[in-house]
Design a protein. Structure first.
Length: 229
């Protein structure tokens, strides 16, 4: 019985490690401090998460606390309404300070008006080209809870055409966001239309291992503030 218990514990820990390696760990409150960043980094290291996901102004602080965990920098978070040149300036600063991934909120609302869609495409193209020149991964953050299936498909097509690495589903800050179940259905739709090499990061509303199990077959990264048990 002891042998079986040890095997079970080994398999359980192995499964947990696989889940944790999908996680960009984030706790983005209004009163974020250097001490809070230190705590987040400590938890991320202890749980072997893939990265910490934090505002760009805390990148240098996080880099001083981390050894085995990467850093995802939140850019123009959460509204994404700054001009592209301002986003690129913030991206550049984050890279200099140690960011490995760039999680940038694009002005997704532009997809709602046909005459503004070209502006959104230009923004995504310039940001993606800049990140790739600098050798970092770029995650394009949209708000699927504020978009129809048709609008999601249009943004996916723009991201495909401009070689984005990831599409990220949400900031987690939308006032009237979709439920986890509704987001899951939209992400299943995204996975069907995206090429295999384009990855998806699911963010917003992930609170349990059971949810992570549902997401694992269709997404590549998960943003959450919860340590899975």
């Amino acid at each position: 019985m002891i042998v079986y218990k040890k095997i079970y514990e080994f398999l359980e820990n192995k499964e947990k490690t696989q889940y944790n390696q999908m996680i960009d760990y984030t706790k983005i409150g209004e009163h974020l401090t250097n001490d809070k960043i230190k705590e987040i980094c400590k938890e991320a290291e202890e749980n072997k998460f893939y990265s910490v996901c934090i505002p760009s102004e805390f990148i240098a602080t996080a880099a001083s606390f981390l050894e085995n965990v990467k850093i995802s920098a939140l850019i123009d978070f959460p509204k994404g309404e700054n001009e592209t040149k301002e986003k690129i300036r913030e991206i550049d600063e984050a890279i200099v300070n140690g960011a490995n991934d760039i999680d940038v909120v694009v002005n997704y609302k532009l997809i709602k008006k046909e005459e503004e869609q070209e502006e959104l495409e230009k923004e995504i193209r310039e940001i993606t080209e800049y990140c790739h020149r600098e050798g970092v991964v770029v995650k394009i953050i949209i708000e699927i809870g504020a978009l129809s299936y048709q609008e999601i498909e249009k943004i996916c097509t723009i991201c495909i055409d401009n070689n984005a690495d990831f599409i990220m589903t949400s900031t987690g800050k939308l006032t009237k966001d979709d439920s986890f179940e509704t987001k899951l259905e939209k992400v299943k739709f995204m996975r069907k239309i995206l090429p295999e090499e384009m990855k998806i990061k699911f963010s917003g509303g992930v609170r349990s291992v059971e949810q992570i199990k549902e997401l694992k077959p269709i997404v590549d990264r998960i943003g959450t503030s919860v340590i899975p048990e």
